[in-house]
Design a protein around this ligand. Structure first.
Ligand code: FES
Ligand SMILES: [Fe+2]
Length: 386
């Protein structure tokens, strides 16, 4: 279980990313794009997944659709990343596209008789798009398994976690100067916490210190998760305030962290909010992280309880940003090391089993021929010696 399988060269080689990783992983996996609640109210949403710029919107039946973010007139990019109100309107000559991606509003339309005669032939290129609960996924390849099959047991988790999700409470996007695999791996182990988050994690508590408290779920070939039991005393204290805070749809007594391979993590403590992060590789040494805290509806909360919850959320946002900055900083140092590294990593038994599982999932997706191509990118110091 604990043999590392991702070679140092695979974290620094743009050739490996473009020719192998993108094709084998980002093209064929279901990639998390955004949440349904971000598309409601006639909004559309720009997102880059793999190396493809996409535009998502809900059609008339409320199904999410994913289109290439390129105008069929003269190729302008239709929208920037993030949420936009109103219909899709090209910034160049103002063609308007409907919910099916068909151009229906064309200025000086008499000049485009072929488009007016058969507008559906000029519809935006479309990709496979499926949803579970609030979570919208896109598959760039036209062929592959359906979303339910791809997600396995995580399908039920996403469905359940979505119950009562009612809005994004906090959101940020930031770049981390490291390969996307470094950033994912960092999220999969708590071994670095005492060194990297020395004081930060001491400030929030509620997690059991029992050695057996974190349980790993590694049975799926691609995805993994952990559950870390809450401290019983802490839960008892929390329960006394719950009468004021109210009830929410899925209450559990642990911290959970899920990796939905390859680009989504979801964490939650007790289920009163969910932290949803999407990891977008930009270059071999830059990853954009889109982080959202999603709230769930609370029923029967008192005014005092609502204020307490606001405080819990505000503290959570400060904490999340601090942890993010600390992790970003260490990931940058890992990438700097990887630029020089020639030997594979060493993975600890137990504590780094989810990292090892990620390595296995990653290698499982690669074509056989590329799995031992160690010399794709020489380390920087090797280049200097040439
Ligand atoms: S390029 Fe989009 S309307 Fe002309
Ligand atoms: Fe961390």
């Amino acid at each position: 279980m604990s043999q590392p399988q991702i070679l140092p060269a695979w974290y620094r080689s743009s050739e490996h990313y473009v020719d192998i990783e993108y094709e084998a992983i980002f093209k064929h996996s279901w990639l998390f794009a955004c949440l349904t609640l971000e598309l409601e109210g006639k909004a559309h949403y720009g997102v880059r997944l793999g190396n493809t710029e996409l535009l998502l919107q809900l059609d008339e039946e409320g199904h999410p659709r994913a289109f290439l973010n390129v105008c069929t007139h003269r190729h302008a990019k239709l929208c920037e990343p993030g949420q936009h109100k109103g219909p899709v309107r090209c910034p160049y000559h103002s063609w308007v596209f409907n919910k099916q991606g068909i151009p229906t509003g064309i200025p000086s339309k008499q000049c485009f008789p072929q488009v007016v005669a058969a507008p559906e032939q000029y519809r935006l290129a479309e990709f496979a798009c499926e949803v579970v609960g609030q979570f919208i996924f896109v598959r760039l390849s036209p062929e592959g398994p359906g979303l339910r099959e791809y997600l396995g047991n995580q399908y039920a988790f996403l469905e359940r976690a979505s119950q009562g999700m009612n809005g994004v409470l906090d959101e940020f996007q930031e770049d981390v100067a490291a390969n996307w695999k470094v950033v994912i791996e960092n999220s999969l182990e708590g071994y670095h916490v005492p060194a990297v988050h020395t004081r930060t994690f001491g400030e929030i508590d509620g997690m059991s210190r029992e050695a057996q408290a974190p349980i790993f779920f590694l049975d799926d070939p691609l995805h993994s998760h952990l559950e870390h039991a809450a401290e019983p005393d802490w839960v008892a204290r929390f329960a006394r305030t719950e009468r004021k805070i109210g009830q929410w749809p899925w209450r559990f007594e642990h911290y959970t962290h899920h990796l939905i391979f390859p680009n989504l993590t979801i964490t939650s403590f007790m289920g009163y909010s969910f932290h949803v992060q999407r990891f977008d590789p930009f270059t071999t040494d830059k990853t954009r992280v889109h982080s959202r805290t999603v709230g769930v509806c609370l029923s029967n909360s008192t005014e005092v309880g609502a204020k307490m919850m606001e405080r819990i959320y505000a503290d959570g946002h400060t904490f999340t940003r601090k942890v993010f900055a600390e992790d970003g900083d260490i990931c940058r140092k890992v990438q700097a090391g990887l630029e020089q590294a020639t030997r594979p990593a060493v993975l600890g038994v137990g504590i780094e089993d989810r990292v090892a599982h990620f390595h296995q999932a990653y290698v499982r997706c690669l074509p056989k021929a590329s799995q031992n191509n160690e010399h794709l990118a020489p380390a920087k110091h090797e280049l200097q010696n040439v």
